[in-house]
Design a binder for this molecule. Structure first.
Ligand code: HPA
Length: 272
């Protein structure tokens, strides 16, 4: 893996002379943040050696390099999901590449179903912990100690300092948000009512099909993670309605300006 990583990183550095400080993964319906990036260059996934290629509507595949909130960022426009058939190692490969490019903070975003009965569609939820229900883990297999330890600690998977900073900024703008636990499932089916209930009983506030593998790989490498969900639908008894991927995209797109505003300011304020 290290050899592949070095090959990919070398290719990117040759193409774009830019050292990113922050890596950003944009979730379903949240790709608009890239319009705010003062672009210095971009690379389609297709052209990057060893990169997977994304297949889902709403997930265009390219790496975007530029300035956001005064910081050097690399953003993944389009992420890879387990349900697309990639292995856990494949879908988290770009996270490792971004770390080797020099990032020291990873920001993840996603659209998720709310299972906390106090949540509403359109809520922002800062992730303060997760439950991995995917039935897989990207670290299964031979461990490369040059990347990280065999048994990584996960006692503070989501960086408290960044959460505090987000909280301050959201309050200053009177932007309402939740803080909660994200449960990751493989998908691609949305949950049955019984599954939503089960996920709630386990201690989650929201459920989705991404983010956790990326967070695990980042923590394996000692990379701080900040993650935020947009609640796009509700898996709450009495509020469950039929949903489609387009509904998820539409709901997330509506909240995107709020998310963009906070993330931009967050990057301006955070010391890296
Ligand atoms: N369940 C799983 N993943 C999701 C959901 C959901 O309700 N909404 C958006 N992603």
């Amino acid at each position: 893996m290290l050899k592949k990583l070095e090959e990919t990183t070398h290719y990117i550095k040759q193409k774009i002379d830019f050292e990113p400080q922050v890596g950003i993964v944009l979730g379903t319906g949240l790709g608009g943040l890239t319009k705010e990036i003062q672009n210095v260059g971009s690379l389609p996934y297709l052209e990057i050696p060893n990169f997977p290629v994304s297949t889902v509507k709403g997930h265009e595949g390219k790496l975007i390099f530029g300035k956001l909130g005064g910081k050097n960022v690399v953003a993944m426009q389009g992420r890879f999901h387990y349900y697309e058939g990639y292995t856990m190692q494949e879908l988290t490969f770009p996270i490792r590449v971004m770390k080797l490019l020099g990032i020291n903070l990873l920001i993840l975003s996603n659209a998720a179903g709310g299972v906390n009965p106090n949540y509403e569609i359109g809520d922002l939820m800062v992730i303060n912990d997760h439950i991995n229900l995917m039935g897989a883990n990207p670290l299964i297999g031979k461990n490369d100690v040059d990347l990280g330890p065999r048994f990584p600690d996960m006692s503070e998977a989501y960086d408290k300092k960044v959460i505090r900073e987000f909280t301050k900024i959201a309050r200053q703008h009177s932007i309402h948000f939740q803080v909660g636990v994200y449960a990751a499932v493989s998908g691609p089916t949305f949950e049955t009512p019984a599954e939503y209930k089960y996920i709630r009983v386990l201690g989650a506030d929201a459920v989705g099909m991404s983010t956790v593998p990326e967070a695990i790989v980042a923590r394996h490498m000692g990379l701080p993670v900040f993650a935020v969900s947009v609640i796009s639908d509700l898996g709450v008894e009495g509020k469950i309605v039929e949903i489609s991927h387009d509904d998820v995209i539409d709901a997330a797109s509506l909240v995107e300006p709020k998310m963009t505003l906070i993330l931009k300011e967050l990057l301006g304020k955070i010391n890296l």
